[in-house]
Design a protein around this ligand. Structure first.
Ligand code: MLT
Length: 255
């Protein structure tokens, strides 16, 4: 199998690169892609390395993921794209704009943060690695799903989220190590010269609204939107509000 990323490429117009969260694949975006396409955007959604159909057993780093998506844009002949990353996808988007700012037209950082793991989060990574190694991805996903969603998330959103988390074990283990080892990029925010929207779910416990607001304030061209009623997975929990927030941002600042 070639080591190129598998991806969807739908619609015509300004390119929008969607970088999914952990532990998901490009189907994470299925609910919002048609809305973006209808709004006249070309949506490119890869399976990040080690997820879905993309190869990448690891080890790999967040920077390796950024280099892979940079290569994908180049291979498609896309000089610049709006880059939207959610959580892990946001960490990758921050690495991408640090290394290849010329490829990023505008940025959407959803439910993500620029800081590295806290001591508590590092302990959580170690526990997660143990669970995945000893009991498999299913047990890990069963324990994680509730932390991702708002308390009011519907049964169908819960079921959908859990089913999307059935990802290959080597990719999940590689990701947990890469997430654990990612650097603090807070100091780099001041260097980001493109319009950037920070979107956070009201009930996000992993990347909180307070952290999102702080990140937006540190960005020279940053703005902040909170998605009412959603937890960490704003695109899955509130797809219409999520898409509206992104389209409003593109309309006013980036198109
Ligand atoms: C994600 O949604 O991608 C993860 O929560 C990221 C993380 O664990 O840091």
């Amino acid at each position: 199998m070639s080591d190129a990323l598998r991806f969807d490429d739908e619609g015509q117009g300004e390119p929008l690169l969607l970088l999914h969260a952990f532990p998901f694949d490009r189907t994470f975006w299925s609910g919002v892609t048609p809305l973006f396409v209808k709004a006249g955007l070309r949506v490119i959604a890869p399976d990040l390395m080690g997820f879905g159909q993309s190869p990448g057993k690891g080890p790999w780093s967040i920077v390796d993921q950024a280099e892979a998506v940079s290569g994908l844009l180049q291979s498609l002949g896309i000089r610049k794209a709006t880059v939207l990353g959610l959580s892990m996808g946001g960490y990758i988007a921050l690495a991408l704009i640090n290394r290849h700012p010329e490829q990023v037209k505008a940025l959407v950082l959803a439910d993500t943060k620029a800081t590295a793991d806290s001591a508590q989060a590092l302990q959580g990574r170690a526990n997660a690695i143990k669970t995945v190694q000893e009991q498999g991805v299913g047990a890990f996903a069963d324990g994680m799903v509730e932390k991702l969603l708002a308390p009011t998330a519907s049964a169908s959103v819960r079921a959908l989220t859990r089913s999307l988390m059935n990802q290959p074990q080597p990719g999940v283990l590689a990701a947990l190590a890469a997430l654990r080892d990612r650097p603090d990029r807070s100091q780099e925010l001041a260097n980001i010269r493109v319009s950037t929207l920070v979107v956070v779910g009201e009930h996000d416990l992993i990347a909180t609204p307070a952290e999102g607001q702080q990140m937006a304030a540190a960005l020279p061209y940053g703005s902040f939107t909170k998605i009412a009623g959603a937890g960490h997975l704003t695109n899955l929990e509130a797809p219409d509000k999520f898409v509206s927030a992104v389209l409003d941002f593109l309309e006013t600042s980036a198109r």
